[in-house]
Design a protein around this ligand. Structure first.
Ligand SMILES: C[S@@+](CC[C@H](N)C(=O)[O-])C[C@H]1O[C@@H](n2cnc3c(N)ncnc32)[C@H](O)[C@@H]1O
Length: 470
């Protein structure tokens, strides 16, 4: 599907400064050119916050007279996650309907099932084929994927480093990779020197692929040996938004140092009970001082782009968003949109209203440490992570090297890089080249934001409930 929207280039000046700074990093063979299309959602933030009732100011979450949520569970919700499987009590008709839902993904996305979208999401990810390195490198979004992998690597490494600083040498480090899918981060955990990994996901086939990847990594004869001993692993196939995971751990008394939820927490904002269940799963085994980290689409940004262009459908040649709620009244939970990212994602997702996320997290003893858009995270980490940027091929070389082809076919995709070379590269080198993301990829990437919460120490109420000083 083709571009429905053109973004303003409001931040060009900032980006120029970025570019200039990057050109000063002499050793970096590729300067990242992040020009154009920063979604500039911040100007819409106030407006959107006003448009959303702030239930969570009070301890109990109640229905507001000016807002009638369509989704169940806002009132009288239970903070307990259900431990039964979502479909166990379906009668045969509903089972039949469910099967149909799994068969026809496009149809399912317009049908709101009584049990939510979990199965739709699971079958989407289960159906995604494992692509080899060769095929992945031919993808239109290869650099976007690599760039996102770089963000994850840096984030994981940043917080594992903090955790290690507070521990004795060789002390165990236990991690939960929540919604870890096919195990895209397995090597990152190895490089981070962890000792035990729990990996959970709703898509059982993805977890099987993850298992194969782990075995391959473990058996790799040479390359990763220098990384030291490999961690132990356990797999949990479960809906993290409805099932209590602790009961499924090999040792339910296990204390974790880090919980990571990459590109997945937004699935829980389908309803309040699901968001609470996910947060409880993230928090309840984390030890005080441990971190809950992740990446999600920025709700402000998603809405801002739609409002700015007065349309529910927007995107470009690499991503597309179809908003499925009233833009003037975005709901706190169940704000569904369909997100399509070239060959990687094509399923319903839910807006995460960040202030609500922060307030819910507080209830589970999680204190916000940082929330940075990918662009800002990059700005902060680009020097520290510059060699990794190169190693992971997170940037495309512009102009392309002889014999290579640019991933973006539209000449506008590289105007920012062209402009940068013309205006910012002052030395007289022949055929200067820079590293960049195509404009379309950057438009997709700049939707995302990182988050970091820290688990705080609790005291206890007389009735046994924890009190967190947040
Ligand atoms: C975009 S993928 C990210 C996978 C992995 N975290 C990564 O960064 O490579 C989202 C993952 O979330 C999983 N997921 C979505 N909803 C879930 C749920 N309710 N419970 C558990 N996993 C879920 C999907 O199956 C999928 O593997």
């Amino acid at each position: 599907m083709q571009s429905a929207v053109r973004f303003s280039i409001r931040n060009l000046k900032t980006n120029r400064n970025t570019l200039k700074k990057m050109s000063e990093i002499a050793e970096l063979e590729q300067a990242l050119v992040l020009a154009a299309a920063d979604a500039d959602s911040r100007q819409y933030s106030e407006q959107i916050i006003e448009g959303i009732p702030n239930y969570l100011e009070t301890e109990t979450i109640e229905s507001s007279p000016d807002y009638k949520p369509e989704n169940e569970g806002i009132n009288g919700f239970s903070s307990e996650c259900s431990s039964s499987t979502v479909y166990s009590s379906l009668d045969s008709n509903r089972r039949g309907r469910k099967r149909k839902l799994e068969e026809d993904e496009h149809e399912t996305q317009s049908v709101e099932s009584e049990d939510g979208y979990a199965k739709v999401v699971a079958s989407h990810y289960n159906r995604l084929e494992e692509k080899g390195l060769d095929e992945r490198s031919k993808s239109r979004i290869v650099y976007l994927r690599n760039f996102h992998n770089w963000i994850k690597s840096m984030l994981i490494n940043e917080y594992l480093t903090k955790i290690k600083e507070g521990k004795k040498h060789n002390a165990p480090i236990r991690v939960h990779d929540m919604c870890g899918g096919k195990g895209g981060d397995l090597l990152k955990w190895r490089k981070g020197g962890i000792t035990h990994l729990i990996i959970s996901d709703i898509a059982s086939k993805s977890l099987e692929q993850c298992q194969t990847r782990y075995t391959d990594m473990k058996n790799r004869p040479y390359r990763d040996r220098r990384l030291g001993n490999i961690y132990t692993i356990e797999y949990i196939s479960a809906d993290c938004t409805r099932q209590r995971l602790r009961e499924k751990y090999s040792d339910p008394s296990m204390k974790l140092d880090l919980v990571s939820c990459q590109f997945a927490f937004h699935y829980s904002f389908e309803s309040l009970p699901q968001a609470e269940c996910m947060l409880r799963n993230a928090s309840e085994c984390l030890q005080a001082g441990g971190y809950f980290i992740g990446t999600i689409p920025d709700a402000y940004d998603l809405i801002a782009r739609a409002r700015r262009n007065n349309t529910n459908t927007y995107g470009n040649d690499v991503y597309q968003v179809v908003i499925d709620f009233d833009l003037n009244k975005p709901p706190l939970f169940g704000g569904k949109y369909n997100f399509h990212l070239d060959g990687v994602v094509d399923c319903p997702e839910f807006l995460v209203h960040f202030p609500t996320f922060v307030k819910l997290a507080k209830k589970y003893g999680l204190k916000l440490v940082r929330n940075e858009k990918f662009f800002d995270y990059f700005e902060r980490m680009k020097i520290e992570g510059r060699s990794l940027l190169g190693n992971m091929k997170s940037l495309e070389v512009y102009p392309s090297a002889p014999g290579a082809t640019l991933v973006g076919q539209d000449p506008e995709d590289y105007l920012h890089a062209k402009d940068f070379i013309k205006t910012e590269i002052k030395d007289n080198r022949d055929n200067p080249r820079v590293g960049t993301l195509s404009k379309s990829e950057w438009e997709a990437s700049s939707i995302y934001t990182t988050f970091v919460f820290e688990k705080v120490r609790s005291t206890w109420n007389t009735d046994g409930t924890p009190i967190y000083d947040i």
